[in-house]
Ligand binder design. Sequence first.
Ligand code: SF4
Length: 339
Amino acid sequence: MAANNQSEIPSKIIAKDQSDLIAWYLANRRELPWRKDKNPYRIWISEVMLQQTTVTAVIPFYEKFMSRFPSLESLASAQENEVLEYWAGLGYYSRARNLHKSAIRLAVSGFHQTAAELLELPGFGPYTSRAVSSLAFGEHVGVLDGNVIRVLSRRYGLKLNWWNSKEKDILQKISDALAQTLQNSEVNQGMMEMGATVCTPKKPLCLMCPWKNRCIALKENLIEQLPAPKPRAEFEIWQCNFQPHIKKGQIYLTPFEGPFLKNTLFPESQVEKLKKKPKTYDFKHGVTKYDLFISISKPATKTPKGGQWVNLSEIKKSNPTSLMTKILKFAENSATIKE
Ligand code: SF4
């Protein structure tokens, strides 16, 4: 059978794939700190962190975060600045802010147990909601992230435009069908684990795969073509002029109005979207699809408004981002902007 868009997988095939996957997962699973029990809080934090980077890179961040915020209540009662400080290095600070907002709500209501309820909370997308509800509470819902999209597309030979919601839904339904078992947590974790360790983007280790005897991509030599590559998002060019007021060991910060890190505290700035790269700038900073061309200059006014003075020695509590570090480094080396 060639690559196709068939979404109905016969139940006999689903049942065989479930049992092979569960057996493989139980024999091959990695011992990870968040797999010690079915604690929803610990699972949730790990899933949000894992959206940013690999398991190996996440473990030290996770351990440090858990030693400071060991429970939902401890996270809910913390100040946002401190949560951001413990998130430093993972990037995507809006995720840490949402984590904190949701912790405050869950500490009052108790942990929601279904994906539909979790989806209502800040920062809980379809993947995180389903991962937490199935891994912690055994809800029969399948997960679908980049790893699972790859595994399912190859196993069932599906060449889909998976970035379109209608076509993604075909994969979601297959994942849901696979999760209809008492061991649905093992099925979901098995697919994630397979995607991370066996069915990797390049050179998958098919000999170790529980589905190797029935995999369409392997049989039809379609591994390199599946899943279909997502078209690249168009880059946006932004110009940003920061004007740091630095005085007596303090810096004045106001909420940022750029295309990302919105409302994070930064020095006063003017931000503008451009059609092409500016002729002059001090340095470039890239985040996801944004190319930010930064210039640093002397403040236009002596008395800034709309923000707050922050001690430079405690800047990481207000803004732990790498962009802030670059701005300060530049400012420190520039005699023109120091008072
Ligand atoms: S046989 Fe290979 S390509 Fe197919 S699902 Fe397994 S690892 Fe992926």
